[in-house]
Design a protein around this ligand. Structure first.
Ligand code: PLP
Length: 392
């Protein structure tokens, strides 16, 4: 039995998505910018997917711009606003310290080109305190970018409160919702934001496609120069089959988001409770709530997470040490470090992330093999036991 508990890295496509991608690849090969029948067929398919995405996040179809995924959407949101507002003198950008590299490295790149950037801290449960934003945002701030849920620990951020503070100072608000869209209800109007990034492969859609939702009237500069696609906002021929698949994934998510969230949440809680009970010296990282229902990040005292990951993989169980981008390196996670965890504990932490095809049998299999593996790894290390404090 193979167990895939790495849904935050990527998800398998749902069967209906796979079928739609295959059919679109075969039948909708026209260029959506062409005026003839073949082109118009492809364009109609793009419009249908746009409506499905808009419905999922409570936006308007005309506000949805297709991109190549979460990374491009984040780059587009930040660079697009920075460039559009440069002439106004707003040259300050704010993000949280636990953002994905797509945001953090875009900030670094703009900082090298003269923008002032500020990263606001999180508390020990991995949540941004709106008071921290209030202290740093000024009339020079162009954009505040804080992720909706963190990819490593799953904590949900108080986006509506942060957006209200950004707007008081005339700044725009972006949220990277790559880890929430399709998992929990996301409503761009209720969040009060201006820009939102999403990525299809995190909600059972195809890889290499996503969208940036841009509130109507938001001042943005395109970041790709070229043709007039996407109403002049993102040049390049759209990936029609992938976008059609993303549309189907969005419809499937919208149909069962509440039910699926409670089913997956139940499995995650079962896993978490059983691991904490069966394995001594374990603790959950990040607030238990609010959190996306599929994610659990657990520290195992005196166990190198990389070794545990490999031992579990040998048993057919796939998990992660944090963000996929930093796995394979021994750098402690910047997210866990920002929460104040010691480098040691940050390196003892594993992420379990569940999803559409996860079952109770899989959870029970993980719980059955984990204690013996941890015991074995601990026996190999001769370090003295240190105290682990369990977060609630
Ligand atoms: N933002 C977050 C929070 C993510 O988890 C990821 C994926 O790992 C990304 C952005 C990047 O998305 P993509 O893989 O579609 O480029």
């Amino acid at each position: 039995m193979r167990v895939y508990f790495d849904y935050n890295a990527t998800t398998p496509m749902a069967p209906d998505v796979l079928a739609a991608v295959a059919a679109a690849s075969r039948d909708l090969f026209g260029n959506p910018s062409s005026v003839h029948h073949f082109g118009q067929q492809a364009k109609a398919a793009l419009d249908e997917a746009r409506s499905a995405l808009a419905l999922l996040i409570n936006g308007e179809p005309s506000e949805v711009v297709y991109t190549s995924g979460g990374t491009e959407s984040d780059n587009f949101a930040i660079r697009g606003v920075a460039e559009a507002l440069e002439a106004t003198g707003r040259r300050h950008l704010v993000a949280s310290a636990i953002e994905h590299e797509a945001v953090l490295n875009t900030f670094k790149s703009l900082a090298r080109r003269g923008w002032r950037t500020t990263l606001i801290p999180v508390d020990q449960t991995g949540i941004v305190d709106p008071a921290q934003l209030r202290q740093v945002v000024t009339k020079d701030t162009a954009l505040v970018s804080v992720m909706h849920a963190n990819n490593e620990i799953g904590t949900l951020q108080p986006i509506a409160d942060l957006a209200a503070i950004a707007h008081e100072h005339g700044a725009l608000m972006h949220t990277d919702a790559v880890q929430t869209v399709g998992k929990v209800a996301v409503d761009v109007r209720a969040l009060g934001i201006d820009l939102l990034s999403l990525s299809a492969h995190k909600f059972n859609g195809p890889k290499g496609t996503g969208a940036l939702w841009i509130k109507r009237g938001t001042r943005m500069q395109p970041t790709l120069a070229g043709g007039k696609q996407e109403r002049n906002r993102r040049a390049g021929t759209e990936s029609v089959p992938a976008i059609v698949g993303m549309g189907v994934a969005a419809r499937l998510a919208a149909q069962k988001i509440g039910l699926e969230a409670s089913r997956v949440g139940g499995l995650r809680d079962r896993l978490e409770e059983a691991v904490l009970r069966a394995v001594p010296g374990t603790a959950v990282n990040g607030a238990r709530s609010p959190r996306v229902p599929n994610t659990s990040n657990i520290s195992f005292d005196r166990v190198e997470a990389e070794s545990l990951l490999i031992a579990l993989d040998l048993e057919g169980i796939a998990v992660s040490t944090g963000s996929a981008c930093s796995s394979g390196t021994l750098e402690p996670s910047h997210v866990l470090r920002a929460m104040g965890l010691s480098p040691h504990r940050a390196q003892n932490s594993l992420r379990f992330s569940l999803g559409l095809f996860s079952t109770q049998e899989e959870v029970d299999r993980v719980v059955a093999v984990l204690p013996a593996i941890v015991d074995k790894l601990r026996a190999l290390t001769r370090k003295p036991a240190s105290q682990t404090v369990v977060n609630h």
